[in-house]
Ligand binder design. Sequence first.
Ligand SMILES: *[C@@H]1O[C@H](CO)[C@@H](O)[C@H](O)[C@H]1NC(C)=O
Length: 258
Amino acid sequence: MMILSIQPALVLSFAFAASLVRAQYDAALVGTWTTKSKKVMTGPGFYDPVNDNLIEPELAGISYSFTSDGYYEEAYYRAISNPTTPHCPSAIMQWQHGTYSLPGNGSLVLTPIGVDGRQLTSSPCSYDNAIYIRYEQPELMKSYEVLTDPFHNVPRLNLYKFDGSPIQPMYLAASPPQMLPTQTLNPTSVPSATGKRRVKRTDGGDGDSDQERLGPLNKNTVKTKVPSKESYNPDHWWWAGVGLTALGTVMYMMPTSL
Ligand SMILES: *[C@@H]1O[C@H](CO)[C@@H](O)[C@H](O)[C@H]1NC(C)=O
């Protein structure tokens, strides 16, 4: 009799504990989100950690992925127009991953793994070098919301920066998320020798335009502050295999009219 009355209490307390663990994250955030060009996606199509290369998408855009257990990845590819050379915008690619937390006040806090982030910039008209460096930028999203986009009828993520200004809306593109392994890919920060970039250059755009051409990113690239490939630990390639397996994801069909 005693045992019978205790068991439900135990079950309830386990269920309560489990719900507390789940409550740290928000199932609505889980997946890979991308802006309407749909050409920028987190995962191995954007950053190749084996060759330590950023891979240029066809069009500008941004992408964020979130897991159900606190990991995130982000990919940015943007044109940066310069008023003095409007015909010749610079291009920038940024990639980071790490952990995120929801402190409970509506904000979303992103903490990158510092040694892994990468940035590639080019200013084709002002100088010939593209610059490839390590990149680390923690982010505070003041708030976020996931809603069903009323026009496209797909889940949509609105992120608001630390100052409350909105980031371009993103739409759910894959669930579970399409991501590289969430552990540290480059455990050391040994600078490597200067080397040429091999970036395939196609058309770039500002997110809304398919037409804008950007200059090549791969001319005489200076590569700095990036860990050498020799520092890779074979153990991490096991995780890479896990990540690629996870790529067998459900791709959501987004309407072509996005
Ligand atoms: C929420 O909490 C985090 C962490 O304490 C803080 O950095 C952030 O500014 C807070 N957000 C708001 C909207 O107050």
